[in-house]
Ligand binder design. Structure first.
Ligand code: PRP
Length: 185
């Protein structure tokens, strides 16, 4: 049984449902179909940016029916706060050799764009054939870095969201849909 309350308290703050599991499932299936079409015969390597992306990546990959691979890199820019520290810390390196490969970077959320701009630069130094970006959520009004996002699940307002891999001080990643901080609490 999935963890799907209508509202939830995390670290004493109230969050309410924002994007339902049903809506997430439908959109992720669509993105999977687009990948199947756009990467046929390309054997892409999906690179999940930990921790936040692990649930989205796992669900997305199960909609991909062409040959593909997966690896992970771990970055952190938020610490336990609700706003970015402005500095990317690398906590786990990539294992795969991506030279000459089609890379698909998979993010749970793009906020300022700092993490992805760091990742794109780092990946391009490894001489891949292409670098594609997928994010489940895009806080488009908050993005300050110039990055081309190829597939966006849901553009969202500048609000603090939680669940489906996204945390608040490491809590809430296990929620099966996306929640938003309720400003009235
Ligand atoms: C979050 C999220 C993205 C990044 C987005 O990661 O998963 O990687 O922040 O913000 P940005 O566009 O401003 O860089 P976080 O640093 O919180 O680590 P986590 O994935 O382990 O939660």
């Amino acid at each position: 049984m999935f963890y799907l309350p209508d509202e939830v308290f995390v670290n004493g703050e109230r969050f309410k449902t924002y994007i339902s599991k049903e809506t997430l499932d439908k959109r992720i299936a669509e993105i999977g179909q687009e990948i199947n079409r756009d990467f046929v015969d390309k054997r892409p390597i999906l690179i999940g940016i930990l921790n936040g992306s692990f649930i989205f990546l796992a669900d997305l990959m199960r909609h991909i029916s062409i040959p593909c691979e997966v690896d992970f890199i771990k970055l952190s820019s938020y610490g336990d706060e609700k706003v970015s520290s402005g500095k990317v810390t690398e906590r786990k390196e990539l294992d795969a050799n991506v030279e000459g490969r089609h890379i698909i970077l998979v993010e749970d959320i793009v906020d300022t764009g700092l993490s992805l701009s760091y990742m794109v630069k780092k990946m391009k130094e490894k001489h891949p054939l292409s670098v594609t970006i997928i994010t489940l959520l895009h806080k488009f009004e908050a993005t300050k870095y110039d990055i081309d996002i190829d597939y966006v699940g849901f553009p969202i307002k500048n609000e603090f969201v939680l669940g489906y891999g996204l945390d608040y001080a490491q809590e809430g990643r296990n929620l099966a849909q996306i929640y938003v901080l309720d400003p009235e609490n």
